[in-house]
Design a protein around this ligand. Sequence first.
Ligand code: HBI
Ligand code: FE
Length: 297
Amino acid sequence: MDTRSPRRVEHQQTDKGYVPVYTTAVVEQPWDDYDATDHQTWATLFERQMAILPGRACREHLDALDGLRMSADRIPRFTDINRLLEAETGWTLVAVEGLLPELTFFEHLANRRFPVTWWIRKPEQIDYIAEPDLFHDLFGHVPLLFNPVFADYMQAYGRGGVKAHGLGEEALANLTRLYWYTVEFGLIRSAEGLRIYGAGIVSSKGESIHCLESAAPNRIGFDLERIMRTRYRIDSYQKTYFVIDDFEQLFAATRPDFTPIYARVAALPAIPAGTVLDTDTVFNRGTGEGWAEGGDV
Ligand code: HBI
Ligand code: FE
């Protein structure tokens, strides 16, 4: 059997679009099967991001890359990362085939396991891939699990997801928006200005530049219910980014029981991705020119 091609189950409409959803099995990282092209893809992506992230990514992400000894040399071994990560925050990586059904994903997070796709994109996909591959997960998501407060947030989020699973589609949609606008596309304030912490941004060259420097997107202060009502785009740069003061604010937001919040959000209309409300705290608002076409999710 060719261990290099992931076992796909079926394509599904997910919050990342119409992508394959994989078997839920935890597998071993087939590190010896990576070939020179795979390691070169990792090196190209790693070096390209490290050339632009200082001054754009938050301090916690850059420090964790050092702490986890990640480098361009070769694709990291999950076992090496786990030794360092588990000692720091009790999180470990598990290798998976790719995007998981929500409940499986939430259960991993609730147990401080982060699922990392074992395969890396092909050279022709170097600029964009719809699915989370090894680079997106390992370079984008894993470093912040080294930060104790963000690590607590991710576990609390997973527990919330397991609870929400029985509450139906709307609760799931609200949680997916929360994940999208924080874990994937979140910005954070710092003494030097706004910085990136979202994995979807930090693993993308174009969006790492766009999210801070373009006049187009809105940058709005974190508000849990506002985020749960806000649609998002899956096939172009975000029209709106939400800004947290610090990771404590994010973790504190998960403390209350979400059930009454889901009820309030369900009674209100969804907010289109590019809207700014009078009640919003706006950070150096842009002018909104140059929107890419395409529907909101
Ligand atoms: N599965 N492997 C993997 N990685 C993800 O980031 C992921 C997932 N399944 C569901 C999912 N993300 C999103 O629906 C989150 O909003 C829950
Ligand atoms: Fe992701």
